[in-house]
Design a binder for this molecule. Structure first.
Ligand code: SF4
Length: 436
């Protein structure tokens, strides 16, 4: 991370961007966070962003009651209790240091992710949302999602989270089959999963159920049963992922017997067909929603919008007037607590090379069933579409993309083989910095 030194004030940025002028009404710790960058490389300085993308706030809670053997998220097994008071204070201090970078920008969505955010007390969630309202420009109609683990909830908590301002719940159910839940090392059983889904429907108009398929020894019928059970609770949104073996997980070290690729493909097609028949739109690779219930937070990621991530290991992507900034908070909860409370939450920071922006944009936008508008590409990358037109045409020639005057859309084949579609847009190794 660059050494932060006091220098002469930066020129005010074009309107619509945080005016990075020190000595403004910001706290000393926020002053330290005002980035005074060494001259960015010529390549990135050629970028010019005329408007800032929508802004989201991601809040990471890095603790779980038990570590699942397939999980590579930044989550740590909690001791008896989590240091809630300290962590809430650290999150608020973290947000304060970031304010100059998001000054004057409305926050459209908030997402409490983890780990297991439902380990937090409703009082802590209430305090955090109040702090977001007081410190940042939380939009009145903001979507505020909290991830919950069916094994870590008491009945009353959902009502209290709702009262604290959470208006969307995301339930990590994964399966309603006890045999598979045990194989996944989940702390909840099928009874708790059903009860959580029931409660979610009672307290939240907007809720999501996460399901996984391609589980150890799972059959096609069992995967379909999980979807049928989930639909009985009429969730407005479902996320259906295939279990993958991630590096540095217990499953990677001791791989369980997973269904063959063809069987997993059959499961995916069966799930898509069933949900389409029930009126769910498959708007992203693994996301399904009834009309009007798409997840706005994730949509903002997929449309290459901006997000500020606070909490241990949280990532941020922020567009300034002449560059795109990526940050990571201190990853280990202990380091994060110490550093964030000392006004120094950043473990890593860098600006994205102009040459990398098209690939980063497409890795997100081509996950969407309706792809993207050419104008959005230019707005969010600061690059003309012409820089990737040759690759777009070759992808269209291979039947992976449809290029229309209004939208550039992945075909079903392009969605099934997204890696193949994307590889032509990604700048490899020593080509970095060369324009695509
Ligand atoms: S509950 Fe979720 S975040 Fe926690 S270990 Fe399991 S998969 Fe990972």
């Amino acid at each position: 991370m660059p050494r932060m030194t006091q220098q002469k004030p930066l020129q005010p940025a074009p309107s619509g961007f945080a005016t990075l002028v020190p000595n403004h009404t910001v706290t000393p710790s926020a002053m330290r966070a005002i980035p005074i960058f060494p001259a960015a490389s010529a390549a990135s300085r050629r970028l010019e962003f005329r408007q800032s993308p929508p802004l989201s706030l991601y809040v990471h809670i890095p603790w779980c009651l038990q570590k699942c053997p397939y999980c590579d998220f930044n989550s740590h097994q909690a001791e008896a209790t989590i240091p809630e008071r300290q962590y809430v204070a650290a999150l608020i201090a973290d947000l304060q240091t970031a304010l100059p970078l998001i000054w004057g920008r409305p926050v459209r969505t908030v997402f409490f992710g983890g780990g297991t955010p439902s380990l937090l007390s409703p009082a802590a969630v209430d305090e955090l949302i109040a702090a977001f309202r007081a410190l940042a420009m939380l939009a009145p109609e903001a979507e505020i999602t909290l991830e919950a683990n069916p094994g870590a909830i008491e009945a009353g908590k959902f009502a209290a989270f709702r009262a604290a301002g959470v208006n969307r719940l995301s339930l990590g159910i994964q399966s309603f089959n006890d045999h598979h839940l045990k194989a996944l090392g989940r702390i909840h059983d099928s009874g708790e999963a059903r009860r959580a889904a029931q409660l979610a429907g009672e307290h939240f108009a907007h809720f999501n159920i996460d399901l996984m398929y391609g589980l150890p020894d799972q059959t096609l019928a069992e995967a379909q049963d999980d979807v049928t059970t989930a639909l009985a609770f009429a969730p407005p949104h479902l996320s259906c992922y295939q279990l993958t073996l991630e590096p540095n997980t217990r499953f990677a070290a001791f791989p369980p017997a997973l269904p063959e690729a063809d069987l997993c493909a059959d499961m995916q097609e069966a799930i898509e067909a069933r949900l389409a028949a029930d009126g769910y739109g498959n708007y992203e690779i693994s996301a399904f929603a009834r009309p009007g219930n798409q997840c706005r937070h994730n949509l903002n990621y997929w449309q290459f919008g901006d997000y500020l991530g606070i909490g241990a290991g949280a990532h941020s992507k922020l567009t300034l007037h002449d560059r795109v900034l990526r940050q990571m908070r201190w990853k280990h909860p202990k380091a994060y607590l110490d550093q964030a409370l000392a006004g120094n939450p950043l473990q890593e920071e860098q600006h994205v090379e102009a040459a990398d922006l098209p690939g980063e944009f497409l890795m997100n936008a081509l996950r969407l069933a309706d792809g993207f508008a050419p104008s959005l590409f230019e707005q969010r990358t600061g690059r003309p579409l012409a820089t990737i037109f040759a690759q777009l045409k070759s992808a269209a020639a291979e039947g992976l993309l449809d290029i229309g005057p209004e939208r550039i859309v992945p075909t079903l084949r392009g969605r099934r083989f997204l890696n193949v579609l994307l590889e032509r847009f990604l700048v490899a190794g020593d080509d970095a910095g060369k324009t695509v």
